[in-house]
Design a protein around this ligand. Structure first.
Ligand SMILES: NC(=O)C1=CN([C@@H]2O[C@H](COP(=O)(O)OP(=O)(O)OC[C@H]3O[C@@H](n4cnc5c(N)ncnc54)[C@H](O)[C@@H]3O)[C@@H](O)[C@H]2O)C=CC1
Ligand SMILES: O=C(O)C1=N[C@H](C(=O)O)C[C@H](O)C1
Length: 249
């Protein structure tokens, strides 16, 4: 498997570089990063996808939402499947991913871990049972270098809950300056940023006599990298379409 690593000089790009260098059946054949000189990688690094000349089987992206147009163009022009792991996309950008997936296979997930994706399935089943008697809130914690908030995963968890409730919930981001009490249909989403926290997510169902919490902690970035590699193996050879990690696990 020949991989193009987009965002190769970032935190996730470097974790993937290390892990893939220890594997026999797969190889990063080139990388793209807007800071191409930052590391001495064992593959060529370009500052633009337009400069890539290597033949690749799949593109894995951990970069920034602003790179989306160039990634979709590369995939469509070269018929290369995409594994898009970046977060922070707007509604318009998510629509662009959906449109491109009519012509090429795209795997898009805000979280490549097995645990979080299993939790989305569990939430889908339990939220309709609990909603009447429990208020639902999400807390996420990440390192102090993270650009987007709330995390893509927090939004993914919120969407899993909301879709099981006919999308009747109203997302409330923090409660700064509010003077009214919580409304029943609110789904509070709260972001903590500090230190080197890799990624923690809690979904809280708060009732009157009991509280249920579902927690997930990523212990290292390796878990996302292994998920992305699994996703890349899965997406190669698939029909055009939009896939998630729940199709992989
Ligand atoms: N789906 C998942 O499981 C995970 C997703 N992420 C997401 O992946 C993204 C990257 O995360 P990190 O590696 O921690 O960030 P980072 O900031 O350490 O790395 C991003 C890299 O992308 C490069 N870059 C930024 N804009 C670019 C552009 N327009 N063209 C080319 N390169 C560009 C930067 O120079 C940097 O080297 C974030 O959106 C993050 O939320 C991170 C971890 C897990
Ligand atoms: O930026 C990160 O670090 C992470 N981003 C993803 C997100 O926004 O949900 C996934 C993971 O939690 C780490």
């Amino acid at each position: 498997m020949r991989i193009l690593l987009h965002g190769c000089n970032g935190k996730m790009g470097q974790v993937l570089t290390r892990i893939i260098s220890q594997m026999e059946d797969i190889k990063v054949v080139c990388g793209v990063d807007k800071n191409p000189e930052k590391f001495n990688n064992p593959y060529p690094v370009y500052d633009s996808l337009e400069k890539v000349k290597e033949k690749v089987d799949v593109l894995i992206d951990f970069s920034n939402h602003s790179a989306l147009d160039s990634i979709l163009k590369f995939g469509l022009d070269n018929k290369v499947p995409l594994v898009i792991c970046t977060t922070g996309f707007s509604k318009e950008e998510k629509d662009k991913i959906k449109e491109a997936s009519k012509n090429i296979p795209i795997l898009n997930s805000a979280n490549m871990s097995i645990g979080i994706n299993l939790i989305t399935k569990i939430l889908n089943q339990i939220a309709p049972i609990l909603y009447e008697d429990f208020d639902i809130e999400i807390i996420e914690k990440h390192h102090n270098q993270k650009l987007d908030s709330p995390s893509g995963t927090a939004l993914m968890l919120a969407d899993a809950i909301n879709s099981s409730l006919n999308n009747k919930l109203e997302y409330v981001y923090g409660r700064h300056s509010k003077t009214d009490k919580r409304k029943k249909q609110e789904l509070g989403i709260h972001a903590i940023r500090g230190g080197a926290i890799v990624g923690e997510h809690s979904v809280i169902f708060a009732g009157y006599g009991e509280v249920i919490e579902i927690n997930h902690t990523a212990l290292s970035r390796d878990v996302f990298a292994y998920g992305a590699i699994k996703g890349a193996k899965f997406i190669i050879g698939k029909e055009a379409g939009l896939y998630t990690m729940n199709d992989v696990i």
